[in-house]
Design a protein around this ligand. Structure first.
Ligand code: FES
Ligand SMILES: [Fe+2]
Length: 315
């Protein structure tokens, strides 16, 4: 299960999209079904009935919070326990459960652990997703690419003055000369790392933060204010990636301004999409298979983590 993306916490969907009735989502090649139990807590099961493999997501959730398989009516609780096998009163139900995945709700997102054993109790959640008093905007996108290409794009600063020349790369583009040098500095953190950059010796107050396995936070400097863009890069089926872009801010919180902030984040993401999809659907290759330079420091750090830890993983 979850080959190449196993035993990690990942955000999956905005919490408001998960109601009582089942929702089917594909993550790292595995279909899972999300629903809410009778207490309202989110649940995630592998979307495959252990009886004959029917998709549980095609069934219904009853008032007791159990999901019923549409084929022969077996019922499963939020923890995967088998609650009923119709017409078979003597069935050994304790051996007939579905596979449940550790699930949490934080920062208006549903998180799932891609492995049933040894899950750390909670994911590492960036502060901008959970802190009180912030306005947040949400943008959802689907890109036709391997998720590692999308993730590297999010950690890459030297593309800003080219891909985003009219948006977040405008200032850098104006300051760039033909002989300019960009220094990228990588600092390890307990959750991943931070990439700082300086152009011709002048350090930028903006920095990128990587949260393993698949999140980037762009900290945009406005003195005394909080303005961040979170890119959550979720592997879906082969060659497809789902993106959730969450903007957070502690100013201009009037909700009528949300569409403008969301529009700007969508515009930036759509600028990236064209370029990232043009590289094809394959995963990022080993570092030696592409030419790299000093400004690729942050993306190479991700590539090292991917090849050493994530790619060999399976649950
Ligand atoms: S396939 Fe699910 S109950 Fe038979
Ligand atoms: Fe970009």
């Amino acid at each position: 299960m979850f080959a190449g993306f196993a035993n990690v916490w990942t955000p999956l969907l905005p919490a408001r999209r998960v109601r009582r009735q089942p929702v089917r989502v594909v993550v790292a090649g595995e279909a899972v079904v999300l629903f809410r139990g009778s207490d309202g807590a989110p649940a995630v099961l592998i979307d495959r009935c252990p009886h004959r493999g029917a998709a549980l997501s095609a069934g219904k959730v009853g008032a007791d919070g159990c999901i019923e398989c549409p084929f022969h009516g077996w019922r499963f609780g939020p923890n995967g326990d088998n609650c009923r096998v119709p017409l078979n009163p003597d069935a050994k139900r304790h051996l007939l459960g579905a596979t449940a995945l550790p699930t949490r709700q934080f920062g208006d997102l549903i998180w799932v652990h891609t492995g049933v054993a040894d899950a750390p109790p909670e994911p590492d959640v960036p502060e901008g997703l959970v802190a009180a008093g912030l306005a947040r905007t949400w943008v959802m996108r689907r890109w036709h690419c391997h998720w590692t290409r999308a993730m590297e794009n999010m950690l890459d600063s030297p593309h800003l003055p080219f891909v985003h020349r009219r948006t977040i790369g405008r200032t850098m583009r104006r300051r760039m000369r033909l002989d300019s040098t960009l220094d990228v500095r990588w600092e390890e953190t307990p959750c991943g790392g931070r990439a700082y950059s300086s152009l011709d010796g002048q350090e930028s107050a903006a920095f990128l933060e990587f949260f393993r396995p698949n999140m980037m936070v762009l900290n945009i400097p406005i003195p005394g204010k909080h303005l961040r863009i979170h890119a959550l890069v979720i592997p879906e089926a082969t060659g497809w990636t789902r993106l959730i872009i969450v903007g957070s801010r502690d100013f201009a919180r009037f909700c009528l301004l949300d569409p403008w902030f969301a529009w700007m984040n969508a515009r930036i993401a759509d600028e990236d999409k064209r370029v990232v999809e043009s590289a094809g659907c394959g995963e990022v290759p080993p570092a030696a298979d592409e030419h790299s330079v000093a400004t690729d420091r942050a993306t190479l750090q991700f590539r090292k983590y991917y090849y050493q830890v994530l790619r060999p993983s399976r649950a």
